[in-house]
Write a protein that binds this ligand. Structure first.
Ligand code: DGL
Length: 246
């Protein structure tokens, strides 16, 4: 299977990491809209417009499936993208919710949903979880983590202060949905902040499980061949990929 991965910028490489280690795909075409990142603080209509424009990029490749690694895109633009593409476009939210549902979590356990402003405002995670009987959810906009991770700040004082800023009034959750591409890179630190107890839901791992089940994919001997493209500074994005995917 030849797949495309679309993200607003570099963050989707956290999903690519899981896709690569799954050995389920032959080729991965990654496109980051680095010229217009971040999508998280933008309006629904802008997010949909940018996402549809990204489809034009993928028209140059003969892909079988497109994954929107970006939670913000997954929250708003999936229907519109699917309506305009010849291949299926799959988001990460449904996969994340399913991964949580497949865990041993009880319905009354408290779940923290962390994501960008747009994703939280869409209520996609909270509504999907509520539908499954999980009503003890807290939705938190934590967009400041995005530039920190972009700057390569994965630990230290600045990250501590940001965690303190967002989490000081939050009770220790049983599970955390890392509802943004960037958060898995600081997942260990977030978990440590909450005494190492919460179960973390990671979009990359969730989407691999989801695709494997939905498309009956078979593991191969080799890793997929990865090609990286961007709307701006592709060299910079490839450098980040070398670091994050190492
Ligand atoms: N990729 C975005 C997400 O997963 C985070 C970065 C952005 O705001 O564009 O929601």
């Amino acid at each position: 299977m030849k797949i495309g991965v679309f993200d607003s910028g570099a963050g989707g490489l956290s999903v690519v990491k899981s896709l690569l280690s799954s050995n389920l795909f032959e080729e991965i075409i990654y496109y980051g809209d680095t010229a217009r990142v971040p999508y998280g603080p933008k309006d629904k209509n802008t997010i949909i417009r940018y996402s549809l424009e990204a489809l034009e990029f993928f028209n140059n490749f003969d892909i079988d499936l497109l994954i929107t690694a970006c939670n913000t895109v997954s929250a708003y633009a999936l229907d519109e993208m699917n309506a305009q593409s010849a291949y299926p476009v799959v988001g990460v939210i449904e996969a994340g919710v399913l991964a949580l549902e497949n865990s041993a979590l009880a319905k009354e356990d408290n779940i923290l949903i962390m994501a960008t402003r747009a994703t939280i405002n869409s209520s996609r995670y909270a509504l999907a979880l509520n539908k499954l009987g999980h009503h003890n959810t807290t939705s938190l906009q934590t967009g400041l983590f995005v530039p920190l991770v972009e700057e390569g700040i994965f630990k230290g004082k600045l990250l501590e202060a940001t965690m303190q800023h967002y989490f000081s009034n939050i009770e220790v959750p049983k599970a955390i949905i890392l509802g943004c591409t960037h958060f898995p890179l600081i997942g260990d630190e977030i978990k440590r902040y909450f005494n190492n107890t919460p179960l973390l839901i990671h979009s990359g791992e969730a989407i691999v499980e989801y695709l494997e089940a939905r498309y009956a994919l078979v593991q191969k001997e080799e890793e997929a061949n990865l090609k990286i493209f961007a709307s701006d500074n592709v060299a910079g994005l490839r450098k980040i990929a070398d670091k994050w995917l190492a």
